[in-house]
Design a protein around this ligand. Sequence first.
Ligand SMILES: O=C[C@H](O)[C@@H](O)CC(=O)C(=O)O
Ligand SMILES: [Zn+2]
Length: 274
Amino acid sequence: MQQRYATNPAQIPGMTTEELRERYLVEDVFVPGEVRLVYTHHDRIVLGGAVPAGAELALTGYPEIRSDYFLEHRELGIVNVGGTGTVTADGEVFTLVNGACLYLGRGIQQVTFADADGDAQFYLFSAPAHTTYPAALVSPGEGTVRELGDQLTSNRRTLNQYIHENGVQSCQIVMGVTQLHPGSMWNTMPAHTHDRRTECYLYFDIPEDARVIHLLGERDETRHLVVADRQAIISPSWSLHSGVGTAAYSFVWAMAGENQTFDDMDPAPVTGLR
Ligand SMILES: O=C[C@H](O)[C@@H](O)CC(=O)C(=O)O
Ligand SMILES: [Zn+2]
């Protein structure tokens, strides 16, 4: 598993494009036949992908987390952004269609991934956990739905909360999927920060010839990442996170940290951005 140490906002002004990408962008989330993981020390989140590609893949322990098995001290949120697949957790089989979300709690020893038609892509987001909550599967669209934004400002979107305070219970993870409506390009704008939590986005369903310009940094010192389909970004607690696509797209957002209060955000008004 790749390790990335935590960073400080004071480092941002001196960073080149390459340095920003090395720290905050995960390019190869989905590699056929592999479980690929990145350990960010921002809130000790592990994110990555599992792509069975016709075989069965196991989620193992890793030296970086000093655990005999992956979920010994952690919990895991999974969203399938590919074709139908299965996740088996200590013998219990969960079928995830495209867009479904599965929560697996601390203590599950054996986790394996398989697919039905050879094209499942499981996005994984894990955080340290102090206790066990039951495994729970949510079908696409069956979370808490919020309709946000306006066509006039190009940010009409449907936000689906899956793992959250009023939905599937967890220790730290808050997770869901936001889909932009056709013709809408902006996610969160006005943007926000939440110094209590680190957030990661997995952008997906971006057309091959399109990109998302993702904003990061403190509100008065912003930078951007140019993001392609199925790449992830890490947004430290001090960083705003927002993006505009050259076409519509979707993203899995997931957070961990001090609290799980989705609406605990400090808005960053558009007129104050630099
Ligand atoms: O803290 C919450 C997150 O930034 C996302 O949920 C925002 C989002 O999905 C959206 O505005 O569309
Ligand atoms: Zn946020």
